[in-house]
Write a new protein. Structure first.
Length: 241
């Protein structure tokens, strides 16, 4: 592959990164690709409730992963906070080498790996590394998941600007959970304005799903012209390689 995978980030927490990552898994399943999934760090889970925390568990389920749990989720913390804060809360530090080892194992097994970050790009992992730094460290272009509501233009433009300042390419933007609002007639124009200001393609404006299961969201993403253009380009490049 011309790229080793994608790093799915968001303009904020709770914008739907896991939903979009799972949707990408569904699309790759349909294509018959062998791919890896990672949630390098998940917070808000103590390791005792179920086999997996919510985000990593969803990716494992849709991808069908059956290997070593540490290769998907190398590090987790009980405190629901940014990794640096969650680690400090328990007197620990984030072992970046552990993250790198899990990444390298994934890369040896798969040509393509989907990595879901935590929060947004500036979320700190250590004193010297944030989520943007992790994406750059692993050579992964970004998919930015953005809200559909008021404020999304500012949040998304700032996220793309931060990525560029860190030297990380942004492959595309997904505007998630769009709901028409009679009180905000400009809402349908947000995606076009984001694309104009960032010069990054908006892959899709995903509608609101009452139950955002991976197949339904994946089909909506796969049907979007913006995403199809990107995927077609990726497939063409991979055949050349």
């Amino acid at each position: 592959m011309t790229i080793p995978g994608l790093f799915v980030t968001g303009t904020d927490t709770g914008v739907g990164k896991t939903v979009v990552t799972a949707a990408l898994c569904h699309i790759l399943n349909r294509l018959g690709w062998s791919y890896g999934v990672m949630k390098p760090i998940e917070t808000g889970w103590d390791g005792t409730t179920g086999d997996w925390p919510p985000d990593a568990g969803r990716l494992v389920e849709i991808s069908g992963y059956t290997g070593d749990p540490e290769d998907v989720l190398p590090i987790f913390f009980e405190q629901p906070a940014a990794p640096l804060m969650a680690a400090r809360w328990t007197g620990q530090t984030v072992d970046v080498d552990r993250l790198d080892r899990a990444w390298e194992r994934q890369r040896r097994r798969h040509d393509f790996v989907l990595v879901e970050g935590a929060g947004g790009l500036a979320v700190p992992i250590t004193e010297d590394l944030d989520m943007a730094g992790l994406a750059r460290r692993w050579g992964l272009p970004l998919v930015v998941v953005a809200r559909a509501a008021l404020g999304t233009i500012n949040h998304t433009v700032l996220t793309v600007a931060y990525a560029r300042a860190k030297g990380i390419p942004v492959a595309g933007i997904v505007v998630n959970q769009f709901v028409p609002d009679p009180a905000d007639p400009t809402r349908p124009d947000n995606a076009g304005m984001i694309e104009e200001l960032t010069q990054v393609p908006v892959w899709a404006v995903l509608p609101h799903f009452r139950d955002p299961d991976a197949p339904a969201v994946g089909e909506a993403l796969a049907a979007s012209p913006g995403f199809r253009r990107w995927l077609t380009g990726l497939l063409q490049e991979s055949r050349k390689g």
